[in-house]
Design a binder for this molecule. Structure first.
Ligand SMILES: [Cu+2]
Length: 127
């Protein structure tokens, strides 16, 4: 009885993990990944280039052990896609959604507190 319950829990966990995984492209490939979640670790943002449909919000997840301040390009004005500025300061372990990205265009983002770090920059293609 107890063993059957454990098998059940494992199966449910595996399904949840499989649904949220995103393919990664090696070697600086800039083909955008179809996802609306960007995860930040000590290695930077991943995926760095994503594509979403108009009317989608993008969630930034900070899995790093320090804070990140995710904002729209250009630095320091942040005027390109103001919806991204709703993400802003994320403490370690925190996540937040952008505003609704309705306009067909490409939005650049960066960590405002680490503006020179390329691994913390990327693009969101709305198409
Ligand atoms: Cu900035």
């Amino acid at each position: 009885m107890r063993a059957a319950l454990l098998v059940c829990l494992c199966a449910a966990t595996a399904a949840a993990c499989g649904g949220s995984s995103t393919p990664t492209t090696p070697g600086g490939n800039t083909t955008p990944t179809a996802t609306n979640t960007i995860t930040i670790t000590s290695a930077g943002a991943s995926p760095r280039n994503i594509q979403i449909a108009p009317g989608t919000r993008v969630t930034f997840v900070n899995n790093d052990s320090r804070s990140h301040n995710m904002t729209s390009d250009p630095h320091p004005e942040h005027t390109q896609c103001p919806e991204l500025n709703q993400v802003g300061l994320l403490a370690a372990g925190q996540s937040r959604e952008s505003g609704n990205l309705n306009t067909v265009r490409t939005c650049g983002f960066h960590d405002h507190d680490n503006p020179g770090v390329a691994n913390l920059t990327g693009t969101i293609t709305i198409r």
